[in-house]
Design a binder for this molecule. Structure first.
Ligand SMILES: Cc1cc2nc3c(=O)[nH]c(=O)nc-3n(C[C@H](O)[C@H](O)[C@H](O)COP(=O)(O)OP(=O)(O)OC[C@H]3O[C@@H](n4cnc5c(N)ncnc54)[C@H](O)[C@@H]3O)c2cc1C
Length: 462
């Protein structure tokens, strides 16, 4: 029987083990998770009646990966689509929360851009030219829609996904679909209009959407997915089991020895590294220095989540949306505030509201170093300024994620391709999975897990 070690028990590792066992139930799979709790960034806790997600709060159903995994695990009845109200999003600008436009009419009435800024956006079909080289997100938005739009929107788009700097992140690595849309229509506005008319703007070969693209979670928060994977894997998951070294197995052609922190060694036929890039780099440095160097170059943003519970009466503003994002330079430290209980009403008890501020990121690396008191005070100042909340929250949870979100900076795709090439030569039975490869969202992570499982399951039995 083949033995496979999956290093890392976040969503990537758990989903890879699950996918491997679906195609090869005969495999002897062990998942090694360094910490006491599986799930990595995907974690939820219930506190004072509030459901607080520590990291992600959901996934989109416009691609099938996560929802399909939920179905495989029998979680259909526990899926919870976001409330209709969550389709409204806001941006804090010039002292107020302004709705993010959703149609040409609302765009024209919006206070987010000046009149010249709006005219520049609308002239995009006349001015846009496809650029044939990798660009930052900021440059891409600026060249299509002008500098004012880039200043307001480029930052909030990437802050909501990666907590990163739009002047460093690669459009091509982070939003490849926008490049495809540009390539097929020249102009993004023309491309979006075509997509709305039902024309197939989806990249060839991409999966059919299976939902309406709505943000979706579970009845008990996102950790429900992890809990089901943990039950599914049973004794195959080992927690508090950090892998510290990877060597060639003597006498097991192509196999590996994984060494744990307590000195235990596991001899296996194949390995999946489902850790963050920097941890994979440490494990690979002695045997595959070229791949390790490419992975070590993937930068990460430190982020913090400050989750708060309030009495409804203390929040005067109607919470009629998903929440808001804040461009830099508006005097607000938080990157954005999610109105969690408007999106998922069962996340707060009746008469209460749950909010989550996200702070830190590559432009504010000092935030995660603040004490709990300082972090809470900073977020409360932001809530007073943006939403007029002065009351003390009745429940607070502060979660810090140092090196929490990978940054797809310029050159990212080449770095990952060179790591994969070097590994294919040195460790043909080793696969990578995780959020730093091809996308940071839960759907991307599940896709990377399936790809890793397929790659290994396709390897001939030994
Ligand atoms: C604040 C925040 C909000 C987010 N919001 C969303 C969202 O709303 N929607 C969305 O789709 N995505 C969101 N994301 C992104 C998403 O949560 C992550 O990309 C995803 O959970 C990463 O999964 P992973 O398994 O690749 O990595 P991780 O979750 O980092 O898991 C890696 C695991 O490997 C373990 N490990 C590391 N080294 C070793 C070792 N040597 N041996 C054994 N184990 C090891 C770690 O302990 C960890 O458990 C968010 C992320 C954050 C931080």
């Amino acid at each position: 029987m083949n033995r496979v070690a999956v290093v890392g028990g976040g969503l990537a590792g758990l989903a890879t083990a699950h996918a491997l066992l679906r195609v090869r139930p005969d495999l002897d799979v062990v998942v090694l998770e360094a910490t006491d709790a599986p799930g990595g960034k995907v974690r939820t806790s219930v506190q004072d009646g509030y459901t607080f997600d520590w990291g992600p709060n959901g996934f989109l159903t416009n691609v099938p990966e996560t929802v399909a995994l939920a179905h495989e695990l029998g979680l259909q009845a526990r899926l919870r689509p976001a409330a209709d109200a969550a389709s409204h999003r806001f941006v804090y600008r010039d002292g107020g929360l302004r709705p993010l436009p959703t149609s040409p009419g609302t765009f024209l009435r919006s206070e987010l851009l000046s009149l010249p800024g709006k005219l520049r956006v609308l002239s995009e079909p006349l001015l846009a030219r496809a650029i044939r080289r990798e660009e930052t997100v900021f440059d891409f938005v600026a060249h299509h829609f002008g500098h004012e739009a880039a200043r307001v929107f480029a930052g909030v788009f990437v802050a909501g996904i990666t907590a990163g700097d739009p002047r460093e992140l690669s459009l091509d690595a982070l939003f490849p679909r926008l490049r495809l849309l540009e390539g097929s229509h020249g102009s993004l506005l023309r491309g979006m209009a075509a997509a709305r008319r039902g024309e197939r703007a989806r990249p060839r070969g991409a999966a059919e959407p299976i939902g309406d693209g709505r943000l979706t979670s579970f009845d008990g928060g996102v950790q429900v997915l992890i809990d089901a994977l943990v039950v599914d894997l049973g004794h195959r998951l080992r927690t508090a089991a950090p892998a510290v070294a990877l060597r060639d197995a003597v006498g097991r052609a192509g196999g590996a020895v994984v060494e744990l922190a307590d000195g235990e060694t596991l001899e296996v036929d194949a390995v999946v590294l489902a850790t963050p890039a920097f941890a994979a780099a440490d494990l690979l440095a002695p045997t595959a220095p070229e791949a390790a160097a490419a992975l070590a170059a993937v930068r990460y943003a430190d982020v913090a989540v400050v989750a708060l519970g309030y009495d409804r009466i203390d929040v005067a503003r109607p919470l009629d949306g998903f929440g808001f994002l804040v461009p830099r330079g508006e005097g607000v430290r938080s990157l954005g505030v999610l109105w969690s209980s408007s999106t998922f009403p069962d996340q707060a008890p009746p008469g209460k509201v749950a909010l989550r501020a996200i702070a830190g990121g590559t432009l504010d690396p000092g935030f995660v170093a603040l004490s709990d008191e300082e972090a809470l005070a900073a977020v409360r100042r932001d809530l007073e300024r943006t939403m007029g909340i002065v009351a003390e929250p009745e429940s607070v949870r502060i979660v810090r994620w140092p090196r929490g979100i990978p940054q797809f900076t310029l050159g990212h795709r080449e770095r990952i391709a060179s790591a994969r090439e070097a590994l294919a030569r040195r460790w043909p039975r080793l696969a990578l999975a995780g959020n730093y490869l091809d996308g940071v969202g839960l759907n991307d992570v599940v896709r990377s897990a399936r790809a890793a499982a397929e790659r290994l399951a396709g390897v001939p039995r030994v």
